[in-house]
Design a protein around this ligand. Structure first.
Ligand code: SF4
Length: 369
């Protein structure tokens, strides 16, 4: 069936017309995109938007992920990574030297980014975090440090009795370059109260206000959405619209990153993981709703490698990077590898029919000489 007839059969011609005219999609449009039985039509619309922005290009970066500690005072129901107390089985905290060694050991790799997220540790001195960053910059002054979620920033502020702005400024002074998007989960109160109801975990408004502040201070950030658990379609679209709203104000988000819920080893293990079809649709709807955010990332660790490849035809234009060490998803049962070489990523992008482009954290094209 030609695309137009199929659009008509799916009842989405008005949405296609809006997109053609550059008219923003509404909450009701977003919900219809989730409800439409014809996944391929939704993907077709998302792919048109994706190709308008990026043509055949698909981005990745040469990065390393590091989780310096999994000790965490919070207890989010979906989390298999956190251990409550130092000394609990599986709890760990890297010494500064151990953390720095992860970078020193990769002196031969042309890495462009270190990405750090952690549990909310109740016993570390503030200097641990500032020294962590300073040490990385001493080892590789040119490396981009994308570190600490807004949830961590809020925790630091409360725990070390600083304002959010003081925390951000002191971390920037120590070498922080940007914030990752983790900790957004689902903004809607109903869901957040059920899956992340913890006094140590900041609410949606504070998450967004920390990103607003980071943008005002000159940093770029990402925003995530944890999907595939107890949230409704309306709550997914609401999440996308709140991200879009802040982006209208600041323009500071680089990428919207849907993160698939993984049900192993956590209190929500009775729920099934989201299907591949759901994952494709979430990326597609994110591309269509978040019209002011440049990039939609299919984080291959979370989606699985094959689904990430397919996402490149469903609105996504970025696959994250080499990663190299990942614990958060793997402790929740992700069967993906923990690392890919740049050659492997390029091969899988090419096999998906897209053009691999290595980027740095700020989406500058990286040319190795
Ligand atoms: S999601 Fe983050 S804040 Fe929540 S328990 Fe896990 S590590 Fe702690």
């Amino acid at each position: 069936m030609p695309p137009l007839a199929r659009l008509r059969a799916a009842g989405l011609t008005d949405i296609a017309d809006k997109l053609d005219a550059g008219v923003r999609l509404s909450m009701a449009d977003g919900v219809r995109l989730f409800e439409c039985p014809d996944l391929l039509v939704v993907g077709y619309l998302a792919n048109r938007e994706r190709e308008k922005r990026h043509g055949p290009r698909a981005f990745y970066n040469y990065n390393i992920r590091l989780e310096a500690t999994n000790v965490c005072v919070a207890s989010c129901l979906f989390c298999a990574f956190a251990r409550l107390q130092p000394g609990d089985p599986g709890a760990y905290t890297l010494s500064l030297e151990q953390a720095w060694d992860k970078l020193r050991q990769r002196a031969h790799q042309p890495l462009t980014e270190v990405h750090i997220v952690n549990g909310l540790h109740p016993d570390l001195p503030w200097s641990y975090y500032t020294e962590l960053l300073r040490g990385f910059k001493r080892i590789r002054p040119d490396i981009h440090l994308k570190c600490f979620t807004a949830v961590e920033i809020a925790f630091f502020a409360d725990f070390y009795q600083k304002t959010d702005e003081q925390v951000l400024r002191e971390l920037m002074d120590a070498g922080l370059d940007s914030l990752p998007g983790g900790g957004a989960e689902i903004f809607a109160d109903r869901v957040r109260k059920k899956i992340a109801n913890d006094p140590y975990k900041c609410d949606a408004d504070r998450y967004l206000s920390i990103h607003r502040l980071a943008h005002r201070l000159g940093m770029r950030t990402n925003v995530t959405m944890l999907y595939g658990h107890i949230e409704t379609f309306e709550e997914r679209v609401d999440h996308m619209l709140r991200a879009r709203g802040l982006q209208d104000e600041t323009g500071g988000f680089q990428a919207f990153i849907p993160l698939a819920f993984h049900p192993d080893n956590n209190p929500m293990r009775k729920l099934p993981a989201p299907s591949a079809a759901d994952t494709l649709r979430v990326h597609a709807v994110a591309r269509l709703m978040c019209d002011n955010i440049d990039h939609i990332k299919a984080f291959w660790i979370a989606t699985g490698v094959e689904v990430a490849q397919t996402c490149l035809w469903f609105g996504a234009d970025d696959l994250d990077g080499t990663v190299q060490e990942e614990k958060i998803y793997h402790m929740a049962g992700s069967p993906t590898p923990t690392s890919m070489t740049t050659r492997e990523i390029e091969r899988l992008i090419t096999a998906a029919g897209r053009q691999p482009i290595e980027r740095d954290t700020l989406y500058n094209v990286v040319a190795h000489v």
